[in-house]
Design a protein around this ligand. Structure first.
Ligand SMILES: Cc1cc2nc3c(=O)[nH]c(=O)nc-3n(C[C@H](O)[C@H](O)[C@H](O)COP(=O)(O)OP(=O)(O)OC[C@H]3O[C@@H](n4cnc5c(N)ncnc54)[C@H](O)[C@@H]3O)c2cc1C
Length: 477
């Protein structure tokens, strides 16, 4: 089959999955007025593959039989493959007005990380299982997500530490039988899980021998018995207090996923007890997913720059020296992100037959993005002024007794209609909202995780530089 349509993807979600939203059990996520909005975002991936304009980017030929398959599930072999995947995610996020569709990209990062780790372990069953699963994903074009982050309990304690409130703070194997393994525990923050087909589950940290039951990786359909999801609340519609906008609202939700003694068949188990390989698995996932995450943030960074420039013009301050400096900072922010993301692809490394983005460049790109994000938001809010939080609503603006006053007094530059200024303020309020701040900081890993990786990967460079200066100083060892 190879590729499915957006309609086929939507029809596949009516499968008895257990999903709660705001205290209600949702019968059908597609027909739900809130979750249906998220489903439409995911469907963009399928629409892109069907659209001749994006087909070259979104679709590749299966190397084995020449059939069209999603680029996401194709195993990257070189810099060009990585760059094309990067461009695909940037374009998809643009079409999602800053929200990545997510039907395949996070799952693909987990798929490739498991592929590498199975080869590192050297277990032929695992290698065959992940290869077979890749083929199935390619043929059925399933939407996948990645359950990495466990609920974790006390962060300073290991998963198996008796000091944890209970032994299930990290997903673990509680039993095995001839059919498969039984898993218990909970993952948290899992984006898109409520409206994808299958979920990858991998550990979220390094494990010790005592933690070997927690060193488990697998993939299962989200309607598997014993799996329950609770979605976080989100705003799915533009309120009638805001200026009307015919662009569809784009948003995702993230789930707490409870695994209540779930049976995972052996053919979908990719790690079970090989505790030494939990760290390489999560490391490789994080590496690939941070590169993916940087691609998500490029369109958002472009929105910040555009909004800052527009509102500076509407407020009449575009030529002020400090404004030019602030806009320069935003250009540097955006272009640094773009350059580091591309460098990560050009300067790739091969791991077990998979082209992987450069570890230092990738982590620097993600760290640069997250670390400076709040500064960028501050700049946009600074240039916009306090009106971002104090502007009257669209209903006030429309009111016959208020309209002319507001039209007169809320104008900035005389060449810009007041309504344009107020519309831009609405947009700035939406793109600088607190929810996005947390996503940008913690999504793909906290800033400390990126710094630790940069230090670890940078040790070679550090050693080489030390040798150079020791030679200069004629230090004898
Ligand atoms: C919107 C959103 C979407 C996400 N989507 C996904 C997804 O699809 N799949 C997925 O698997 N995950 C997802 N995540 C999870 C994301 O990767 C985590 O938020 C991130 O790894 C941080 O983990 P945490 O939120 O549990 O924070 P915590 O681990 O609670 O971290 C909080 C603070 O504690 C510090 N800390 C934690 N542990 C230690 C320690 N042992 N020692 C010292 N300091 C410590 C951290 O550095 C940080 O400063 C998403 C997150 C967000 C916000």
């Amino acid at each position: 089959m190879g590729l499915i349509s957006a309609e086929e993807y939507k029809a596949s979600l009516d499968d008895g999955r257990i999903v709660y939203y705001k205290g209600e059990k949702i019968k059908n996520v597609v027909r739900d007025p809130n979750l249906g909005v998220c489903v439409d975002v995911m469907a963009i991936d399928y629409e892109m593959a069907a659209n001749p304009k994006y087909r070259d980017l979104a679709v590749v030929e299966d190397p084995e039989n020449g059939e069209p398959i999603s680029r996401y599930y194709y195993k990257p072999q070189n810099a060009d493959d990585l760059l094309k995947a990067h461009e695909l995610i940037v374009k998809a996020t643009e079409l999602g007005s800053g929200y990545i569709p997510l039907a395949h990209d996070i799952g693909a990062d987990a798929l490739n990380a498991i592929n590498i780790t199975a080869n590192m372990i050297g277990n032929q069953d695992y290698i065959d299982r992940i290869d077979n699963y890749r083929k199935e994903l390619q043929q059925k074009d399933l939407a996948t997500c990645a359950g990495v982050t466990c609920v974790k309990g006390d962060r300073m304690l290991r998963p198996s530490d008796p000091g944890q409130a209970h032994p299930d703070s990290y997903v673990r194997v509680v039993d095995k039988n001839d059919k498969g393994i039984i898993v218990r525990g909970a993952k948290m923050h899992i984006t898109g899980a409520a409206y994808c087909n299958d979920i990858f589950v991998i550990p979220c940290r390094a494990m010790s021998e005592a933690d070997k039951d927690y060193a488990v990786a697998f993939a299962i359909p989200v309607n598997t018995k014993g799996l329950t999801q609770v979605c976080r609340p989100f705003t799915s519609h533009i309120s009638d207090l805001e200026f009307p906008n015919t662009n569809p609202v784009r948003v995702h939700t993230d789930s707490v996923i409870i695994f209540d003694d779930v049976l995972v068949p052996w053919e979908r188990v990719f790690m079970c007890g090989e505790w030494k390989y939990a760290a390489p698995l999560v490391y490789n996932f994080a590496l690939m997913h941070r590169r993916t995450g940087c691609a998500y943030r490029i369109p958002l960074s472009e929105q910040f720059l555009g909004a800052a420039s527009a509102i500076a013009e509407y407020n009449g301050i575009l030529d002020a020296p400090h404004v030019k400096e602030k806009l320069t900072d935003l250009i540097i922010y955006l272009e640094t992100l773009k350059s580091l993301s591309k460098t990560a692809c050009y300067d790739f490394v091969m791991r077990s037959g998979v082209a992987v983005p450069n570890p230092i460049a990738t982590n620097m790109a993600k760290y640069h993005f997250a670390h400076n994000y709040h500064e960028v938001v501050k700049t946009v809010q600074d240039l916009a002024g306090g009106i971002v939080v104090t502007a009257p609503t669209y209903k006030d603006y429309q009111h016959p007794e208020l309209h002319d006053y507001l039209e007169k007094y809320l104008q900035g530059d005389k060449n810009v209609p007041t309504e344009n200024r107020l519309r831009m303020i609405d947009l700035i309020r939406r793109i600088t909202r607190a929810e996005l701040e947390t996503i940008c900081l913690h999504g793909e890993g906290s800033p400390m995780a990126e710094r630790m990786t940069i230090f670890m990967e940078g040790r070679e460079v550090l050693k080489e530089c030390q040798i150079i200066v020791e030679e200069m100083a004629q230090v004898k060892r």
